[in-house]
Design a protein around this ligand. Structure first.
Ligand code: PBG
Length: 322
């Protein structure tokens, strides 16, 4: 035998030397859930180990993550029903606790990267990402609402805007709104290929944001499509997106790879709540070993080409490698 691949697997340092994929803490973005009020730290039943935090607990949580070496966070608000309406007007109200929290977090931790969510669903009485009229999700009428939301977040001091709504033309619309209002340097991480997926369940439990009627199939992508993801990516790229995201990640690694091959800007993979919950459940049952299955899962997204990974396992991974 001339070629024996096993020679390169003979010891740990040898395997380390030839490893093709790296996973650094700088590649990870940790999603966090915020609630209004004080002294709240409530576990999300369908995503054990993850919590809805009120601001003082959230600051403590970020502090402990920063000490572990994590520096990027994406923040989602869990909004009380009484603040929800058809137009998601609370999303850009000066009373909004999410906007207050962004200010406070950036004041306490100016060095971290804080990413927002731009979509109507956490604030919408319809539970949809866009404006609903006669059962339809209106595209163009939604764009100014998203722009108001993005500008309010920009003024609060957010580092990256994260439009997750899947309205057509929103990246260009938001780019223009940011540029004309004095925020030309603020980045956009576009949820480019966001699929109408069954794997968002625990997230919607966390925010109580599930659609009141119908589903999101008229704006989120059909799970059977990949060429359409390239079209979405071309649009977002041309409209000025700074990052292209694929979501969910694990079930769409081919899409991550396709975008990575085609575009020269960073590709983000969102390892979504349901994908994390499956692994947590199997480990809780003793069927899988979390400390082995978790990093293997994260490697798969890096191997497929993800530059950054949004994952509920970011803190677990940081603890593991410490
Ligand atoms: C809402 C939004 C969703 C997620 C991120 N932003 C859910 C949805 O589209 O219904 C899901 C994230 C996850 O499941 O971890 N615009």
């Amino acid at each position: 035998m001339q070629i024996r691949p096993r020679r390169r697997r003979s010891s740990a340092p040898m395997r380390e030397m030839v490893a093709e994929t790296t996973l650094e803490l700088s590649n990870l973005i940790y999603p966090l859930f915020l609630v209004d009020g004080t002294n709240v730290k409530k576990e999300i039943a369908s995503l054990p180990g993850n919590y809805r935090f009120s601001i003082e607990h959230l600051l403590r949580e970020i502090d402990s993550c920063v000490k572990l070496g994590l520096h990027s966070f994406i923040l989602f608000p869990s909004v009380e029903d009484r603040h929800k309406d058809k137009k998601a007007s609370y999303s850009f109200s000066s009373k909004n606790f999410y906007l207050r929290a962004i200010k406070e977090i950036k004041k306490r931790f100016p060095q971290i990267i804080l990413i927002s969510d731009v979509a109507m669903d956490p604030y919408s009485s319809d539970g949809h990402d866009g404006l609903v009229k006669n059962g339809e999700i209106l595209n163009d009428e939604t764009l100014p609402i998203l722009a108001n939301m993005a500008l309010a977040q920009a003024e609060a001091g957010i580092d990256i805007i994260g439009p997750s709504d899947m309205m057509d033309g929103r990246v260009g619309f938001l780019r223009e709104a940011l540029d004309y209002n004095g925020f030309p340097d603020l980045s956009i991480m576009a949820y480019t290929a966001k699929y109408a997926s069954a794997f968002y369940g625990p997230f919607r439990d966390a925010l109580n944001s599930a659609p009141k009627k119908g589903d999101k199939k008229t704006y989120q992508m059909d799970p059977r499509n990949i060429r359409e993801a390239l079209l979405e990516a071309h649009l977002d790229f041309n409209e000025g997106a700074d990052f292209l995201m694929v979501k969910p990640a694990l079930h769409y690694l081919d899409v991550v790879k396709a975008l990575k091959d085609e575009f020269d800007i960073p590709i983000a993979a969102y390892h979504v709540s349901g994908e994390c919950a499956m692994l947590i459940a199997a480990c809780k049952n003793g069927w899988l070993d979390f400390n082995k299955a978790m990093p293997e899962t994260l490697y798969s997204m890096r191997r497929a080409g993800a530059d950054v990974i949004l994952t509920y396992f970011a803190k677990d991974y940081a603890k593991l490698i410490k």
